[in-house]
Design a protein around this ligand. Structure first.
Ligand SMILES: Nc1ncnc2c1ncn2[C@@H]1O[C@H](COP(=O)(O)OP(=O)(O)OP(=O)(O)O)[C@@H](O)[C@H]1O
Ligand SMILES: [Mg+2]
Length: 206
């Protein structure tokens, strides 16, 4: 049977994840792979309902621990209902954000600690970790700038500049800890250049 593959994209808001996923999906399908794309938080009916609670800007009073657990709950459903069955069926699964987002946003930027975040999430993951993670590295304010005017900012996007700075730096720290899995790409490069870098990495994986 064909072997499945699980890939994630990470990076600050507006770094170009959706743009690159479109390129990746197109390329992989053209190469004959069965590809499915999903996103976090969300990706299943239940997880999308949890997403609404997490991102609702009326929920500014949400505690950091509540935030951590809601992300983990949405992830647990996504893994069991979607990611694991798809990988087991031999598909290529591309996920827009995964547990590294929690490590950076809740573990580093909120200060809950990376080890605690992975420990809590170990219940949600069922052993599923991406084989490769592409980190689109961008100065924090550049991402927010790219997104302004596109849509109304959600609860996470509305966090202070200092928080976004911690996120951008946190991703670099995390990538240094997981060099074997996380590929850092300069997201200031033009989108087609980034797509070419990712394509080469994918060729090595497939
Ligand atoms: N390499 C790039 N250089 C300049 N602008 C880019 C690049 N890639 C994407 N953009 C633009 O930046 C904006 C954000 O891109 P995109 O939606 O792909 O990012 P994202 O990481 O998916 O954001 P979100 O956090 O909202 O999911 C879009 O307007 C997109 O066209
Ligand atoms: Mg996106």
């Amino acid at each position: 049977m064909k072997q499945g593959l699980f890939i994630s994209l990470e990076g600050p808001d507006g770094c170009g994840k959706s743009t690159q996923i479109t390129f990746m999906e197109q390329y992989l399908k053209q190469e004959g792979y069965e590809v499915v794309v999903t996103r976090e938080p969300g990706g299943t009916d239940i997880s999308e309902q949890i997403r609404k609670v997490i991102l609702d800007k009326d929920n500014m009073a949400m505690g950091d621990t509540t935030e951590l657990l809601l992300y983990a709950a949405a992830r647990a459903q996504l893994v069991s209902e979607f990611i694991k069955p798809a990988v087991d069926a031999g598909k290529v699964v591309i996920c827009d954000r995964f547990v590294d987002s929690s490590a950076v946003y809740q573990g580093i930027a909120r200060g809950l600690g990376i080890d605690m975040v992975y420990a809590v999430n170990s219940y949600a993951l069922q052993g599923m970790m991406p084989k490769r993670t592409f980190l689109l590295d961008l100065p924090a304010q550049e991402g927010i700038k790219r997104k302004r005017g596109q849509h109304e900012l959600d609860r996470m996007e509305l966090q202070k500049a200092e928080f976004h700075e911690k996120v951008a730096q946190g991703y670099r720290t995390l990538a240094a800890m997981h060099k074997e899995r996380i590929v850092i790409i300069d997201a200031m490069k033009p989108a087609d250049e980034i797509a070419a870098i990712i394509r080469e990495e994918l060729q090595d994986l497939l």
